[in-house]
Design a protein around this ligand. Structure first.
Ligand code: PEP
Ligand code: MG
Length: 540
């Protein structure tokens, strides 16, 4: 047995085969072929494989994040039946007598450019889809298509690190656990894994080498222990712990459906953080009293182009409907820093966490912001929605964001589209600046939610992505506690509620402090709700 020690990033036990995810890179060469009809047949076989993959992807996407989002893959499948794409590919192979990979790339880019040049925005956006479809076929043809979990038994997936966009796309029925050589506990990857209920261990270092692929491993996402080729007794230990976790989970059932109230009578809301519509199910299972943080950026990650209004509307509507009247706080786009989407074309920055991210992007690209706000307002009639702006630093930023929201409401009203004009508009307190002027911000916001992950990063000047700084990162630093207390006092003076949606909200050593400070709501990973309710019930 080889025992490896990393950091637990998302709790849970998993036992399974270790599979390494290596990224694919396509390099397409213009190679001559002799057997032209054989090459066309090879292309057709790859095309059929792609169609089957897309059908499967559409099915799983419907289950995970709804039909609206799955439609994209149906469109991709239809593109592969389109004579405007298939005709030129076959023609290039036949006339130029060159390999299918090159023909697909060539025909795909010509067609994509034609679409990109169109006036209609919808048609323009199809260019990225054509490139995506072409890349899929090229990857299948060249044997570089790597879906490590495809068709196999569920695996423990290993890599140097996983990006947030990869993590949100994993099929949780096929990924037993995520284990990585590097990574930081407070990163979005860790947060997403935790929200999705996938155990994760990060920072295992170089010992997690690809040579271990195919071996059986046992992972404990709480202690950060990964045992390679564990002995029977070790497997039994892991299974025992799993059974113990399950017993505790059942024990917590008696807190389901109850209010969260201390023995001294202090009530607090226990909400869930979600990263996608698929997580609403986990939030309901966890008995969330609402959604305190819907990280809407999941809709933007792992894609080739911006999600359109309809896609977003569908996702928000579904989340609101499924939460049946419980509040759903939708945080507007918080992209940038570690959450990257290439199509945003954000310039490389020296300090991306201090750079163009979150509300700053929305304020400099109002059309992008308005598309999201339109989708949220239109969906707002289907439930109890609230809007929350991330990374607000000043009153003027809040006013600018609210002015854009008002513009969106006016435009919707003009078009006679239904929306709820009383959707509460709150902000995240994520920077020391926001906490310090929380008295001023409280006069113009309907609620606050303290994002302790970023508040910690910016207060202590410690990059949350940089694992090597962990010895300097005192998450209970008095400065952070004072900023939380100050924010809470200022919110209550202005008569608005204040919650915590950063990871500190689930820190059981601080629950008493939060109750004493007067925090109105804690928003945490769904699986943590019942145990926090039990803890609160025991506090006087
Ligand atoms: C936070 O910063 O605490 C927060 C909740 O936002 P995110 O972790 O998505 O940056
Ligand atoms: Mg944040």
């Amino acid at each position: 047995m080889i025992p490896l020690q990393g950091k637990g990033a998302s709790p849970g036990i998993a036992i399974g085969k270790l599979t390494f995810m290596e990224r694919t890179h396509y390099s397409v060469e213009k190679l001559p072929v002799v057997d032209v009809s054989g090459e066309i047949e090879r292309f057709n076989a790859a095309k059929e494989t792609a169609v089957t993959q897309l059908r499967e992807l559409s099915k799983t996407t419907t289950e995970k994040i709804g039909e609206e989002n799955a439609r994209l893959f149906e469109v991709h499948g239809m593109m592969l039946q389109d004579p405007d794409l298939i005709g030129p590919i076959e023609k290039i192979i036949r006339e130029q007598r060159i390999c299918a990979e090159y023909a697909v790339m060539e025909a795909g880019s010509v067609l994509a450019e034609e679409f990109a040049a169109m006036d209609d925005d919808y048609m323009k956006s199809r260019a990225a889809d054509i490139r995506d479809v072409a890349n899929r076929v090229i990857a299948i043809l060249s044997g570089t298509w790597l879906d490590v979990t495809e068709g196999s038994d569920p695996v423990i997936l290993a890599a140097e690190d996983f990006s947030p966009s990869e993590t949100v796309q994993f099929d949780r029925s096929k990924v037993l656990a995520l284990v990585s050589r590097s990574g930081a506990a407070n990163s979005h990857t860790a947060i997403f894994a935790c929200t999705m209920g996938i155990p994760a261990i990060i920072g295992l270092g170089p010992s997690l080498s690809p040579g271990l692929a195919g071996m059986t491993a046992a992972a404990d996402g709480e202690t950060g222990v990964l045992c390679i080729e564990p002995e029977q007794e070790v497997i039994a230990e892991f299974k025992k712990k799993h059974a113990q976790n399950e017993r505790e989970r059942r024990e917590l059932e008696k807190y389901r459906g109850k209010e969260t109230v201390s023995s001294g009578g202090r009530k607090i809301g226990l909400f869930a953080n979600i990263g996608s519509v698929a997580d609403v199910e986990a939030a309901l299972l966890g008995d969330a009293e609402g959604i305190g943080l819907f990280r809407s950026e999941f809709l933007y990650l792992g894609r080739e182009d911006y999600p359109d209004e309809e896609t977003q509307y569908g996702a928000y509507k579904q989340a609101l409907e499924e939460m049946r009247g419980r509040q759903v706080i939708i945080r507007t786009l918080d992209i940038g820093a570690d959450k990257k989407a290439a199509y945003f074309g954000l310039p490389a920055e020296e300090n991306p966490a201090l750079g163009m991210r979150a509300i700053r992007i929305c304020l400099t690209r109002p059309e992008l912001f308005k598309t999201q706000l339109r989708a949220i307002y239109r969906a707002s009639v289907y439930g109890n929605a609230a809007i929350m702006f991330p990374m607000i630093d000043s009153v003027s930023e809040l006013r600018r964001a609210k002015a854009i929201a008002r513009e969106v409401m006016e435009e919707l009203a003009e078009k006679k589209l239904l929306f709820n004009e009383n959707v509460p508009v709150g902000i995240m307190i994520e920077t020391p600046a926001a906490a310090i002027i929380s008295d001023l911000l409280a006069k113009e916001a309907d609620f606050f939610s303290i994002g302790t992950n970023d508040l910690t990063q910016y207060t202590l000047a410690i990059d949350r992505q940089n694992d090597s700084l962990s010895e300097f990162c005192d998450i209970h630093h008095e400065a952070i506690l004072r900023l939380i207390r100050l924010t809470c006092e200022n919110a209550h003076k202005a008569g608005i509620p204040v919650g915590i949606c950063g990871s500190l909200g689930a820190d059981k050593t601080l629950t008493r402090f939060f109750l004493e400070t007067g925090i109105d709501e804690l928003s945490v990973e769904p699986s943590r709700i019942l145990s926090l309710r039990k803890l609160v019930a025991g506090l006087d």
